[in-house]
Design a protein around this ligand. Structure first.
Ligand code: ADP
Length: 652
């Protein structure tokens, strides 16, 4: 059935994790009440099947990705719809033009004082009516066709942009604000949708009408058409060029403005706890007023530009009509122009300016669409900084020997934060990285998980350079517990079963016992099916860390990387987690970035890092006996109230 089969987060199996519970998305926790079951079955019987999509994801965009993002490229994906919409545009334009022609015909052939013809007038009027009705029906069809076309194109584009987000490396997300990226997905894509839905068809239709009307005017009377064009078009052209430049400037400003507003908004919302705790509300409001003010200024500039262009074109239109009245009226009096032709001129000229008015309005849309395309194209063409080689191989099952060979690395290559690091971690060994904040501990861990690549030197796993294997195969052997454990909106079960496919309930329960979360699960209203809210804000920081540990454990990796994973725990949970760690890390290679020296003491080996290099290395007892940097840290830790664990060994 449709509601149970959607994949959640890719690797975790179905949202329900194959379980028969009913706390899935949108379903009541206690299952479907029996009295509603009949109704539910009825609805489900008529529901179309939603098979799980077969997702093709590669680290590098390959040849099967569509070409460079542009409007023609987007449209070319649905040629039949585009052709259908264009044909409709032609027919609707023809219908619009035929109206004035019929009037002209009726004036010349039905109302001519020499021979009145009532029948001609009636036939023309009936035909006029028929065409108007047919045109209305066709316009309805066209709105439908372009609407569907735009929805399909945007659906594909959203997936394409999202896939690119999945592909990009960590540095990209560090540099770009989440709000700015959100605005790519929201306002930029919506601009394009509007452009495709309304803009292009209006442009095509109105442009087509203008050209056809011009041709007809010249056919009817070259002199009058010539004067109209010569006197009207140059002014219009100059005005349009000015408008083009001014409105482009305005739109770029307003795009930056909305991106600024969104990013300030998302930062304030995500950081609401910090904001409240630090009494920053006033400062935040002032800040937001400023970014909102920039956005308002940008919009007002655009408004002013539009306020000039719209009325001035209207005025030129009226001038044009006056011109026709003067020149054309004179020609009629001299019998070089029929009354019908003069009527057509009037009627066409007023229609000639209507498309221009419409085009001016749609031009804004075109501008917006254009800058959105440029921004989206830039995003789609940003290569991930950590790339996979085209000939990358599968990482075989490993024992877990990690080697840093002369590794130098800087987030900005000109300023290295790690200098010529050499280190070997044996299979099954647990190594604690200790050292002051900013020393480079997390950076070393990020290099092992290949979130970044070394600037110089290399890192190997069982002798294989990390850059020679596919990211997928590498990461499937690594378990990472980040500093700020992230939980997704969903049940605890789905959050735990995230790292590997086919995780059973038995395994999940075993992991829960190992990390000591049984009490929590028993306390929760729906056990494993309890829905944790976005980012797990309803759980304590310690509980989130334990869940993240259980998740990493369930992925059964050969190598575990724990970044300060015990920093949020109280003394009691600390003891629980230390025991849990011994079990979780059993037989695995582990890197522990240890804030608390209790964790470091249980590791097989301690590596002291400072200023981007290794300053000391050895077993805990060796380092304490040596009386060096680590022994100093340990003394300071004891004095600040730390528990003496100098005699605790991993075997305890
Ligand atoms: P530790 O984990 O030892 O506290 P880190 O490895 O996180 O230290 O940081 C090492 C240095 O790199 C610090 O000076 C830090 O400011 C810098 N750094 C960390 N992350 C980034 C980043 N994404 N971009 C630029 N510099 C960074």
């Amino acid at each position: 059935m449709g509601w149970g089969g959607g994949a959640f987060g890719g690797g975790g199996g179905g949202f329900m994790g194959g379980h028969s519970g009913s706390a899935g998305n949108g379903l009541p926790f206690g299952g479907i009440p029996t009295e509603l079951m009949d109704g539910v079955n009825k609805i489900l019987a008529t529901e179309p099947e939603h098979p799980v999509a077969d997702i093709h994801f590669t680290q590098l965009p390959t040849s099967d990705e569509p070409g460079r993002l542009s409007l023609p490229q987007l449209l070319s994906t649905y040629p039949a719809w585009v052709i259908g919409s264009s044909l409709l545009a032609i027919v609707i334009s023809a219908a619009a033009i035929s109206g004035p022609l019929l009037i002209g015909y009726a004036v010349d052939h039905g109302m001519n004082p020499q021979h009145f013809s009532f029948a001609t007038v009636v036939w023309c009027a009936l035909l006029f009516l028929l065409i108007a009705v047919a045109s209305a029906v066709l316009q309805r069809v066209q709105v439908n066709v372009t609407g569907r076309l735009a929805s399909r194109i945007m659906h594909d584009l959203r997936i394409r942009v999202f896939t690119q987000f999945q592909r990009l490396s960590l540095d990209f997300f560090t540099e770009e604000k989440a709000g700015v990226l959100m605005s790519r997905m929201t306002s930029d894509i919506e601009n394009l949708q509007q452009l495709i839905q309304d803009g292009i068809s209006t442009f095509a239709q109105q442009g087509l009408q203008m050209v056809t009307m011009l041709v007809i005017l010249f056919v009817l009377n070259v002199t009058l058409a010539f004067w109209t064009v010569v006197l009207v078009v140059p002014i219009l052209l100059i005005l349009s060029i000015w408008f083009h430049q001014a409105s482009e400037k305005g739109y770029l400003r307003s795009r930056d403005g909305i991106a600024g507003v969104l990013s300030d908004l998302s930062e304030s919302l995500y950081g609401i706890r910090v904001v409240t705790a630090n009494n920053r509300q006033h400062r935040n409001i002032r800040n937001h007023r400023q970014v909102v003010g920039w956005y308002r200024d940008a919009n007002m500039f655009t408004g002013r530009v539009n306020a000039v262009y719209g009325p001035v074109t209207l005025m030129i239109g009226i001038l044009g009509q006056a011109l026709i009245l003067g020149i054309g009226g004179n020609m009629y009096l001299h019998a070089t122009l029929t009354l019908g032709a003069l009527t057509i001129f009037f009627s066409f000229l007023s229609r000639f300016f209507q498309p221009i008015q419409l085009l001016v309005q749609q031009y804004n849309l075109l501008q917006q669409g254009r800058s959105s395309i440029i921004r989206l194209r830039e995003l789609l063409e940003t290569p991930p900084s950590v790339t996979e080689k085209p000939d990358a191989t599968q990482m075989p099952d490993i024992e877990g020997r990690i080697t840093f060979e002369n590794v130098t690395f800087g987030y900005d290559p000109a300023n290295p934060v790690l200098h010529d690091v050499n280190l070997t971690i044996e299979p099954g060994e647990s190594v604690a990285f200790v050292g002051p904040t900013g020393a480079g501990k997390s950076t070393m861990a990020k290099l092992v998980t290949r979130f970044y690549d070394p600037t110089a030197g290399r890192i190997t796993l069982d002798g294989i350079d990390l850059r020679d294997v596919t990211m997928r195969s590498l990461r499937s052997q690594l378990g990472v517990v980040p500093q700020e454990p992230f939980l997704f909106a969903g049940s605890i079960r789905t959050n735990l079963a995230f790292g590997r496919q086919g995780i059973t309930d038995e395994e999940i329960n075993e992991a829960i016992d190992i990390v000591g979360l049984r009490d929590l699960i028993d306390r929760l209203p729906n056990g494993l099916d309890t829905v944790v809210h976005e980012r797990g804000q309803t759980l304590s920081a310690g509980e989130r860390q334990l869940l993240a540990l259980a998740r990493a454990f369930l992925a059964r990796p050969r190598v575990m990387v724990l970044d300060e994973a015990t920093s949020s725990l109280d003394l009691q949970s600390e003891t629980v987690i230390e025991r849990a760690l011994d079990k979780v890390l059993e037989g695995r290679t582990a890197i522990l970035i240890a804030h608390r020296l209790t964790t470091a003491q249980r590791a097989n080996r301690i590596v002291v890092i400072d200023h981007g290099g290794i300053v000391e290395m050895g077993t805990p007892s060796e380092l304490l006996a040596a009386g060096g940097v680590y022994a100093g840290m340990y003394d300071a830790w004891l004095q600040s109230g730390g528990r003496d664990v100098s005699r605790v060994t991993p075997a305890d």
